[in-house]
Design a protein around this ligand. Structure first.
Ligand SMILES: [Zn+2]
Length: 469
């Protein structure tokens, strides 16, 4: 998805707009059901209407590939059924239809006649159809849930594999195994053992991986339609029992067979479903990135590339193989994961210089930070939220390839906004942000960076001064 500073700002503006207008309702009645006589008449005449919850779906593409276009999905029975109902790809003129609606929170519901769904489980938004599609609900419930999505505790993941070469056991090892770099270990290590992604213990699954035989014409499917097929097939097997399932990952044939719409993998923002191609399922960059979308995160960008911040798994700049690289997340994402709340420091910049000790994640997670050291500083004004952190390449972050051992400045306007890397500073360098507050310039100066060449020694720190001038 193309996300520039401008689109971040416009997203912010539409968020503000939505918050202001929500009480009055959006396009449609503020209540769940449409009460107009016209609609009732239509409903009587036609057999069925579909009501579903809209999700932004964000993918990851290979580093050398272009950015992916915006993708939207709509999911039936989101609340009623653990497993959820059919998913529809929303295609065509969706951007103009939803232009004033904030879809970041999974709290927008639409309603349309069943006839609008085509053979590929798609709903086309165009001149002929938009008059039949109505936004029927937008509320705070899911927004609150998204804001408080658990980034601590245990999450149960069910993997559903359909017609892929690897065995269920292999997929389980590649995702949850104790001795390799994978989804479970990266979240566990980066969170300091606070977030564990475990296999869901459903009936019929091998260590959390359920295998579904593919349909005969599997290569005529797109990834959404194939996951619908797999859902209903596995429901028919009554495979689920009463096991807890928080998230679903569909592992599907590669895009030379199944249409993945240009992405290597996809994940709903703030939803519970991810889709990955068999050939990259084992790659940490794919697993961690897509489940990160489920946890409400968007991409980690630079000012010129929406996937460009290689200090973070929400980019596409990690190593693209099974081995992956040992790293975690940037300061903005670490702040919103809230794994180390006592190590986050909110800073109100003033014309007096304030100086802080910024310390690495590796020392914080082992409780070996130097006295008074902070993991992330967030300097905020009404127009910008900046995050400052020390990208020390050691231990849990030893394999980071971008901006190693520098102090990095990111901007991110809210949890479900993209982050943008603004600067990576060495000792002695200063970053300036013009017109930060009341026309004043914000100065962020790295006085010094000190670390031991021995990665097992704690006490690394960057001294950072902040002031307005
Ligand atoms: Zn993505």
């Amino acid at each position: 998805m193309k996300l520039s500073i401008l689109s971040t700002l416009s997203a912010l503006i539409s968020l503000t707009y939505l918050l202001k207008t929500e009480g009055a309702g959006l396009r449609a009645s503020p209540n769940k059901k449409i009460e107009s006589d016209t609609t009732r008449a239509l409903e009587t005449e036609n057999s069925k209407f579909i009501e579903c919850v809209v999700f932004e779906n964000d993918g990851v593409s290979l580093p050398e590939q272009d950015e992916l276009p915006q993708s939207l999905l709509c999911e039936e029975d989101y609340e009623e059924d653990t497993f959820g109902g059919t998913m529809y790809s929303l295609v065509g003129e969706t951007a103009s239809f939803f232009q004033e609606v904030n879809l970041d929170n999974g709290d927008v519901q639409i309603r349309f006649p069943e006839e609008l769904v085509n053979l590929h489980d798609e709903v086309h938004f165009n001149e002929g159809t938009v008059s039949q599609i109505t936004i029927t609900f937008t509320g705070n419930d899911r927004r609150r849930k998204l804001v408080s999505l658990p980034s601590k505790g245990t999450m149960r993941l069910l993997i559903i594999a359909v017609g892929v070469p690897q065995s269920a056991y292999q997929i389980a090892v590649d995702t949850f195994g104790k001795n390799n770099r994978n989804l479970r270990n990266i979240y566990k290590n980066c969170s300091g053992n606070q977030l564990k992604i475990n296999p869901s213990q459903v009936k019929g699954a091998v260590h959390g991986v359920l295998t579904i035989p593919p349909p005969a014409n599997v290569c005529s499917y797109n990834y959404v339609k194939l996951s619908n097929y797999a859902k209903y097939h596995s429901k028919a097997m009554a495979a689920y029992g009463t096991a807890t399932i928080d998230h679903y990952m569909f592992v599907l044939p590669n895009d030379n067979c199944v249409n993945f719409r240009g992405g290597q993998a996809w994940g709903e923002i703030g939803g519970r479903t991810t889709w990955v191609q068999a050939n990259s399922q084992a790659f940490p960059i794919v697993q961690v990135h897509e489940v990160g979308h489920n946890m409400g995160f968007q991409h980690s960008a630079t000012l010129t590339n929406s996937y460009g911040d290689g200090t973070d798994y929400m980019s596409n700049k990690a190593v693209w193989d099974k081995e992956g690289n040992k790293m975690c997340f940037n300061g903005a994402k670490l702040w919103y994961f809230n794994w180390y709340p006592n190590d986050n420091q909110l800073v109100r910049a003033t014309t007096s210089t304030q100086t802080f000790k910024v310390v690495p994640l590796a020392d914080v997670r082992k409780n070996r930070r130097i006295s008074g050291g902070k993991l992330v500083l967030s300097v905020r004004s009404t127009s910008a939220h900046l995050f400052i952190w020390f990208n020390r390449a050691k231990q849990v972050n030893s394999g980071v390839t971008h901006d190693r051992n520098k102090v990095v400045v990111n901007m991110q306007s809210g949890k479900s906004m993209s982050s943008h890397k603004l600067s990576a500073l060495s000792g002695g360098q200063t970053y300036t942000y013009h017109n930060f507050e009341n026309g004043k310039t914000l100065y962020i100066k790295v006085n010094s960076i000190n670390y031991s060449s021995n990665p097992y020694v704690a006490g690394d720190q960057a001294s950072v001064s902040i002031w307005l001038g």
